[in-house]
Design a protein around this ligand. Structure first.
Ligand code: PGA
Length: 255
């Protein structure tokens, strides 16, 4: 929707040790000055505090790639939303397809995580997207509706959902890391559908929620994707691992 400040988010996934990650964050922070969109770096959790320190005082936000839905307890290997916040982050990616499809994360699990994130004062980036088989079967829009219904907390159980605490990322599973993208018409259709479905769930608050596109976004295609109606930014995997390409995408979001 016109008027929303775009958000360009880098999902570093399971990449970067301290030295390289700190250098990448420094280069991005250094190049962020004349960028007119919001920038977000989502490093692995081992680097969260380092990157948050590097970004502190800059316009660059920091986020985690996941969190557990419980406040604390016997969950070996997991981190809570409060821990993410404590590390200096303000965003968390939830329901990424590599967790939904790789680790069997369900809509209801994602929903619980979104509630936990909101409870800790984090902005939740809720990822949804169809598989290739679902697209081929003509089920894309139904899948997106069902994932929104199942992954967003019912609005009377916690913080009201709006653009201050929630971002949606549309990521076709078959476009992630493959170099393939939907056509601009398909992106426009999916994003308009998501906006409409959010309106049916949330009413007016839907117009303030940013809807990112993710899946093989690079400097070469970012301008067109980001100029598409209802595309309010990007969730970038591979191309976020280089400051040059990440900042080039951010510049494409600024025009
Ligand atoms: P990609 O990943 O840009 O490497 O396709 C996007 C994502 O998984 O968020």
């Amino acid at each position: 929707m016109a008027g929303l400040k775009k958000l360009i988010a880098g999902n570093w996934k399971m990449n970067m040790l301290h030295t390289d990650g700190a250098a990448l964050a420094r280069d991005i922070v250094g190049g962020a000055e004349n960028i007119g969109c919001d920038l977000l770096l989502c490093p692995p959790s081992t680097l969260l505090s380092w990157i948050a320190e590097t970004a502190s005082g800059s316009p660059v936000f920091v986020g985690a790639q996941d969190c557990h839905e419980a406040e604390s307890g016997a969950f070996t290997g997991d981190i809570s939303a409060a821990m993410v916040r404590d590390a200096g982050a303000s965003y968390v990616i939830l329901g990424h397809s590599e967790r939904r499809h790789g680790l069997g994360e369900t809509d209801s699990r994602v929903q619980a995580k979104v509630s936990a994130a909101h409870g800790a004062g984090l902005v939740a980036i809720v990822c949804i997207g169809e598989t290739e088989a679902e697209r081929d079967a003509g089920e894309t829009l139904d899948v997106l509706s069902a994932q929104l219904d199942g992954s967003l907390p019912a609005d009377n159980t916690g913080a009201a959902i709006d653009g201050t605490n929630t971002v949606i990322a549309y990521e076709p599973v078959w476009a992630i890391g493959t170099g393939r993208t939907p056509t601009l018409e398909e992106v426009a259709q999916a994003h308009a559908h998501i906006r409409g479905h959010l309106e049916s769930l949330l009413g007016e608050a839907a117009s303030g929620i940013r809807i990112l596109y993710g899946g093989s976004m690079k400097p070469e295609n970012a301008g067109d994707l980001l100029a598409t109606a209802n595309v309010d930014g990007g969730l970038i995997g591979g191309a976020s691992l280089s400051a040059d390409s990440f900042l080039a995408i951010a510049k494409a979001a600024t025009v």
